[in-house]
Design a protein around this ligand. Structure first.
Ligand code: ARG
Length: 560
């Protein structure tokens, strides 16, 4: 239930819309004052009265009902108290009825959102730097789907560039088929590193690599076959991680897919008089917009990352007719996105306003946390494996009798990695620490999962509850109920701000409130007429947490 809206529609201030009033409504830090408060200072000008007088007047005209039970005017604030029993009835019945759909909506029906995320580079390590884009994108994908949108997940593969010429050269010289087949990305990366080492001594290698790349572009059968094989090997490795993290894509159209789609873009730019020559290269001047020029073609006529992104954006608009196209990419690429969005706008693509760079901060690993460091690269697979292993050890120590310890450790370990990446506002740089993400008492997924297992255990020990009558909630129950009721709004704002962290934080908040309720109030030992109601509240909590975690891609073990 959207209380702010509910209240706003019933407070009448001349000249102000319900939206404006809803925006002004706040949640007081101390709930003894009220559950919601409307500061009347900002109306003083319009109404030409003192805030105190306005609050008095509004409190008299406001009609209380089964939702808002009490209104009072205090020092220029209009304070509202929610009808607690009404809230309990509304929240519990809604959650128990809607089940796994609680929090979902149809607001996005008929609309399409494209999401470009993870977007791995072929034959390059899938490292910890790819964690955020992968799990943020995956979460946003599920969140938009949950709100009724058609989501299109796109893995814009980095599969174009001279590095593939280098790789073919290295493989032809030093590669062994079986070894590369077995070693996957790591073997390919080693070849690539060796190429650079040897090319320093022997610059002729670079010419060879360029020649190979040219062959790929010209469609040489052998070179293309190798290139496709490198791609296959990379995707096979990456798929293991996608399966663990429950990440899905609807398209793997990468940079090379746009090879034949760039010429029309360049032609259109030229026709519209946007192209300029600069030192042999073709550019779009963006000085007027305070940006360096966007390079479209190099002096040798080859395309750039931005050219391919422009072709991709146009293709996506034509193919999916998106309402929004999101790019979940690190903030290091801020300028790149600003530039090509601008160029599309200058081309007269009015939909350029629907392109959104969802930028995020860097993830680094706590010093000394990785034993399998190879050079400077920390493979994401190693981080996940390590987290699962550490989770296993903790679980084994805490609860050696637990069945399916391996299964549980997998959910806990994967959850810890995902939640660790999603918990902070996405733009922040974060340092990943195993101890922090696996802390059972911290702001972690394992804390939330453990809370779910606790709720599930209460439910499994209870007698069958047929029906229940809502009681007037005590403070702990009321705080929990209010939080549960906030879920739909939390999902909505997570989508609006592209912030899965809202949902992660929400999970911790609900878990904390449930635990307070669990420790302060008897559930199963409560008197007749109360235990049924508390059991329903427990069930509703578990359902809401499951829904929230599943949007983040985190599973809930039955027992822990
Ligand atoms: N492969 C690129 C990288 O690792 C990310 C691609 C992001 N998507 C895009 N359409 N530019 O930096």
């Amino acid at each position: 239930m959207d209380y702010k809206r509910y209240i706003a529609e019933r407070v009448c201030v001349e000249g102000l819309s319900a939206e404006e009033i809803a925006e002004a409504i706040a949640v007081p830090p101390d709930s003894s004052m009220g559950d919601f408060a409307l500061p009347c200072f900002r109306f003083a000008k319009v109404m030409r009265k003192s805030p105190v007088a306005i609050a008095e007047e509004l409190s008299k005209s406001y009609k209380t009902d089964e939702v808002i039970g009490e209104v009072s005017a205090v020092n220029g604030y209009l304070n509202f108290k929610v009808n607690k029993k009404g809230l309990a009835e509304e929240v519990l019945s809604r959650i128990l009825q809607e089940g796994a759909r609680y929090g979902a909506s149809e607001t996005g029906a008929g609309k399409t959102v494209c999401l470009d995320y993870s977007s791995v580079n072929i034959a390059k390590p899938f490292h910890i730097g790819h964690l955020s884009t992968t799990v943020l994108g995956g979460a946003l994908y599920r969140i938009f789907q949950f709100l009724g949108y058609k989501a299109v997940g796109i893995n814009h593969l980095g599969d174009y560039g001279t590095q593939f010429g280098k790789l073919i050269s290295a493989y032809t010289r030093w590669g062994k088929r079986e070894l590369v087949e077995q070693g996957g990305i790591r073997a390919l990366n080693e070849l690539y590193v060796r190429f650079h080492r040897e090319a320093e001594e022997n610059p002729a290698l670079d010419d060879e690599a360029r020649a190979y790349f040219k062959k790929i572009e010209e469609g040489d059968k052998e070179c293309l076959a190798l290139f496709e094989w490198f791609k296959e090997l990379t995707l096979k490795d990456v798929k293991i991680i996608y399966d663990l993290l429950d990440i899905k894509f609807d398209s793997y159209a990468g940079e090379s897919f746009y090879q034949d789609k760039m010429k029309p873009v360049v032609d259109e730019l030229r026709e519209k008089g946007l192209l300029k020559e600069s030192q042999g290269a073709q550019i779009v001047d963006l000085e007027e917009y305070g940006m360096p020029p966007c390079i479209i073609l190099k002096s040798d006529g080859s395309s750039l990352y931005a050219t391919r992104d422009m072709a991709a954006a146009i293709y996506r608009k034509q193919t999916y007719d998106f309402d929004k196209c999101l790019y979940v990419v690190a903030y290091q690429q801020n300028l790149h996105f600003k530039q090509f969005f601008k160029v599309l706008e200058l081309m007269g693509k009015d939909w350029a306003k629907d392109l959104v760079h969802v930028a995020y901060g860097m993830v680094s690993l706590e010093e000394g946390a990785m034993s399998t460091r190879k050079g400077n690269v920390v493979f994401l697979q190693d981080v996940i494996d390590q987290c699962i292993e550490k989770a296993y050890r903790i679980i084994d120590e805490k609860n050696p009798e637990l069945e399916n310890k391996r299964e549980v450790a997998k959910k806990v370990g994967v959850g810890a990695v995902v939640f660790g990446a999603l918990y902070n506002s996405k733009i922040k740089d974060i340092t990943f620490s195993y101890d922090k993400v696996l802390n059972f008492d911290g702001e972690t997924s394992v804390y939330v999962q453990y809370t779910c297992a606790r709720a599930a255990s209460v439910l499994s020990r209870a007698e069958k509850r047929s029906s229940f009558a809502v009681c007037l909630p005590c403070e702990q129950e009321f705080e929990l109920l209010k939080a549960l009721g906030d879920f739909p709004e939390t999902v909505r704002s997570a989508a609006e701000k592209y912030e899965p962290s809202y949902i992660a934080r929400y999970c911790v908040d609900v878990a904390q409130k449930f635990n307070k309720f669990y420790f302060d109030c008897k559930i199963l030992q409560a008197e007749e007429g109360v235990w049924e109601y508390r059991l329903a509240l427990t069930e509703a909590t578990l359902q809401t947490l499951k829904n929230a975690l599943s949007l983040l891609g985190i599973g809930v073990p039955e027992k822990m």
